[in-house]
Design a protein around this ligand. Structure first.
Ligand code: FAD
Length: 297
């Protein structure tokens, strides 16, 4: 791959970039190559020049990623604040590129007097990450309002796909292979007369129940059908439990907290320990919501 050479590329290519700088757990070894595109056209050119065999991983705000200590072989694409177009379209749709933060989308919809986007305010990720995860909170879910997604493939081609082309579930979206979310078109209903935003109230509720401000990746495990992962972990006696340098939050048992000395292998070992303990105690197999990527050291 010689895109580092230039090819008229306008973005920023970083070599051996520590992923600990780009994940909310502040963990993870280096990525071989980390590209911050200048804009969508620049990213199209970059992907078109990429060697076919190079693995590609997209990273938004890294708020749902455990990157292992050996880091990432291959190419990271980092669209945060780079693919940042957000606009109201004729006809009332909202066009939003994947590097826009969820908080900005929530504020924008509030300003445009649209309803149904308040829940995005507390999700500390990008819209691309929210689309990939079908992120949700307080009864809202990302894909509820998606009309279509604008995908980019590894040749840099853009493909518009309607919502019904995706298999969507709880914190899960099946995407076509080697395609990623460049942008999406949302349709939010207009805010009803007298209806006010409840962004502040939702953020307050989060602060009360979650260890906001400490390095975490939010909920580590998905809720099993009809159950709450946090309740199962707490009932297994693991709230506040530490393993190596990682520990289960004593405020919310589905959060794992790291500190300056934490290594990703300790977090992964704690995840496995929780899974094993809950399975033994309650015969429930917890599935991770967090995506674990990269190589062991
Ligand atoms: C304190 C805290 C609270 C949280 N609360 C919630 C919550 O209430 N609800 C919730 O759902 N989540 C929550 N999360 C988890 C996380 O914020 C969400 O999953 C979020 O959607 C991840 O977005 P991101 O941009 O950080 O994605 P990343 O963590 O960077 O990536 C997550 C996955 O998405 C993929 N991805 C990222 N961008 C793209 C793209 N453009 N195209 C294709 N794939 C892509 C990545 O490859 C990876 O597989 C919380 C996390 C924290 C730290």
């Amino acid at each position: 791959m010689n895109a580092a050479g230039n090819h008229g590329l306008r973005g920023k290519l970083l070599i051996d970039e520590p992923m600990s700088k780009h994940t909310s757990w502040r963990l993870g070894g280096p990525a071989d190559r980390y590209y911050i595109p200048a804009d969508l056209a620049d990213l199209q050119a970059y992907l078109a020049a990429l060697d076919e065999g190079t693995g590609v991983l997209w990273v938004g705000l890294g708020s749902n990623l455990l990157v292992r200590d050996g880091g990432i072989r291959g190419q990271v694409i980092a669209p945060l604040n780079a693919l940042k177009e957000l606009r109201l379209e004729e006809g009332g749709g909202v066009y939003c590129e994947c590097g826009v933060s969820c908080a900005r989308l929530a504020r924008f919809c509030h300003q445009q007097e649209l309803a149904g986007a308040d829940f995005f305010a507390g999700i500390p990720g990008t819209v691309g990450g929210a689309l990939a995860m079908n992120a949700g909170a307080f009864g809202g879910e990302t894909w509820t309002a998606v009309e279509c997604a604008i995908m980019i493939d590894r040749r840099g081609e853009l493909i518009e796909r309607a919502r019904n082309e995706f298999d969507i579930g709880y914190r899960r979206v099946r995407m076509p292979r080697e395609e990623w979310f460049a942008a999406a078109r949302f349709r939010f209903p207009p805010r009803a007369d007298g209806e006010d935003s409840n962004i502040r109230q939702l953020l307050r509720q989060r602060n009360q129940s979650q260890p906001i401000g400490l390095p975490s990746c939010g909920s580590v495990f998905k809720n099993p059908p009809g159950k709450h992962a946090a309740q199962l972990i707490e009932a297994a006696g693991l709230k506040g439990y530490g393993l190596g340098t990682a520990r289960v939050s004593d405020k919310h048992a589905n959060f794992i907290i790291s500190n300056d000395d934490t290594v990703a292998s300790d977090v992964e070992a704690l995840i496995e320990y929780i899974r094993k303990t809950v399975a033994e105690r309650f015969d429930v197999r917890l599935e991770t919501e967090v995506r674990i990527v990269g190589e062991e050291r």
